[in-house]
Write a protein that binds this ligand. Sequence first.
Ligand SMILES: [Zn+2]
Length: 297
Amino acid sequence: MSSNRICFLSILAALVAMPGAAAPLASCGPEKLGTSREIAVDGGEGLALGLQSYPRTLALADHEVVLTFDDGPVPPTTPLVLSALKEQCVRATFFIIGNNASADPALVKREMEEGHSVGYHSNSHPARTLRLMSVDAAKADIEAGIAAVDKAAYGDASGKPRTPFFRFPGFADSPALLDYLRGRGMTVFGSDLWASDWRTMTPQAELDLVMGRLEQAGKGIILFHDSKASTAKMLPDFLRALKAKGFKVVHMVAGAGPTPVEKAGPDWKSTTEPIIAKTLGGKGPASEHGDGGPEAR
Ligand SMILES: [Zn+2]
């Protein structure tokens, strides 16, 4: 046997044995939504993406969407979300709270085994936000979250984050923390549109709201919460609506760059900063400020 062949077989064996390795993109047949393609995101580029918070986002074609879910995993809603995604062969990204990962590591493992990407969303999802904590305390919460998720997902936390995806709770970033995460090799994600699922609403109302916003935007990174019952209930209908309206799902995975990025136009403004300022300005709870606030997300 040639050395080349031995080398190839070793790599193949290593890939087969790799715990938590995602299965190849599966097709459920033409009647299902499926996952149309993957985009590799390279954390080494230090990007911050998502037009609601940053003047650039992932470059997607018209009618392409990326599905993201925050604040899990929590039963019984996360298992319902996972089942809905599996039914349609759709892959998504979960931004996980470290404390929830520690409480239910089996659900994190299920997310991995079903081919989803697992990113970080702090350890405690602090109500006063990472922005208002001391930089050292915020860094400690971020690191504890990374360690908790990696321990649940991979069985060990080596110190280097296994997936370079981070989303700030409530989008409440700060220049110092963005620098810190850049140094940790992370891409920071905001979103391009959201379902406002921190509000109490019926699944049908949420479906109508998010589909209306999506038809207007045409594409984008969508934020949901797998901790919300209305989201878990409307997701099967949402995935069917995506299929019916010709939308395609793109899955983000960790990988070598360059990450395809699209810059915002000259009129770009943050939509999250006014909400954060209003909420953190001590004027009352987030739910009184129209579109929610940091503790809601
Ligand atoms: Zn959150």
